[in-house]
Write a new protein. Structure first.
Length: 271
């Protein structure tokens, strides 16, 4: 395997976590579901819970599902918070419980697909991404998830077609552009990936993940100073140092003894 092919495979693996974060998590409910259930948190408490750290947030939503196992909003939010901590099987289980009660719940389908894709088990996310797409055919997010799932199972032509479809549905959405860019990066076309990521980063919808994807691509091109400057916008110094060490190792030789960019990115709080 040539050096660029190996490097492309590495980038492709990193792109998976990016999609899980680029796709928007379920929004906090504006009001508590009805009918009222004794012991359920108020709408204000639920809104505040979304600002907690992932561990506290998962504990909050686990309590809400204990109070009312039929509360689909709590179940979806529990799945999202578990996924954000890397507890993918538990996240999938939480979303699955919602779907037992509400088979057409779009947010639960999305979370189940995200959990499997973030876990690297894209094959098991394809069905749920397709079902979510059927529920909301004009929404770019399930199509983008489907694209990454196809990447994970080696269906490259289907993946590229789905990425382009997602972008056609939402041409001004930074997440759709970023996910297509990471497809190109994973296939060794770093200049094309950079062009798309710069476009995505300039949009109002850009989040820290988009900027970190751009930093990653710049680093893989050997432009370490630019990559480091961009990484410092969103990450603490220790995370930046680890990222840059990974980039230098990845572009000069084996990086087996260096923490991966993906693991550092997750620990750095970019969500």
């Amino acid at each position: 395997m040539c050096r660029m092919t190996a490097l492309a495979a590495t980038v492709l693996a990193l792109s998976v976590g990016g999609v899980a974060h680029a796709a928007k998590p379920p929004a906090a409910p504006a009001a508590a579901p009805s009918p009222a259930v004794p012991g359920r948190a108020s709408a204000e408490e639920r809104a505040m819970a979304q600002r907690l750290d992932p561990l506290a947030r998962s504990a909050f939503w686990a309590h809400e599902t204990d109070v009312d196992p039929r509360d689909s909003v709590a179940g979806v939010n529990l799945s999202q918070s578990l996924r954000s901590m890397g507890r993918y099987d538990e996240a999938a289980d939480a979303a699955g419980r919602v779907l037992v009660l509400e088979p057409n719940n779009f947010d639960a389908m999305m979370e189940l697909a995200r959990a499997r894709i973030a876990q690297g088990k894209g094959f098991y996310g394809i069905e749920w991404a397709k079902k979510a797409q059927e529920q909301s055919p004009r929404d770019w997010r399930p199509v983008s998830l489907l694209a990454v799932a196809y990447e994970q199972v080696g269906r490259d032509e289907d993946a590229l077609a789905a990425h382009r479809q997602a972008l056609a549905l939402a041409p001004g959405e930074a997440g759709a552009i970023s996910n297509l860019a990471m497809y190109y990066a994973g296939h060794g076309d770093l200049p094309q990936a950079e062009t798309l990521l710069r476009r995505a980063a300039a949009l109002p919808t850009a989040n820290p993940q988009v900027r970190q994807n751009l930093a990653l691509v710049l680093g893989l091109e050997g432009r370490y100073d630019e990559a480091e400057k961009l990484a410092r916008q969103d990450l603490p110094p220790e995370a930046v140092a680890n990222n840059m060490a990974w980039l230098r190792a990845a572009t000069s030789g084996p990086a087996a003894n260096v923490r991966s960019w993906d693991s550092v990115r997750g620990g750095g709080g970019g969500n």
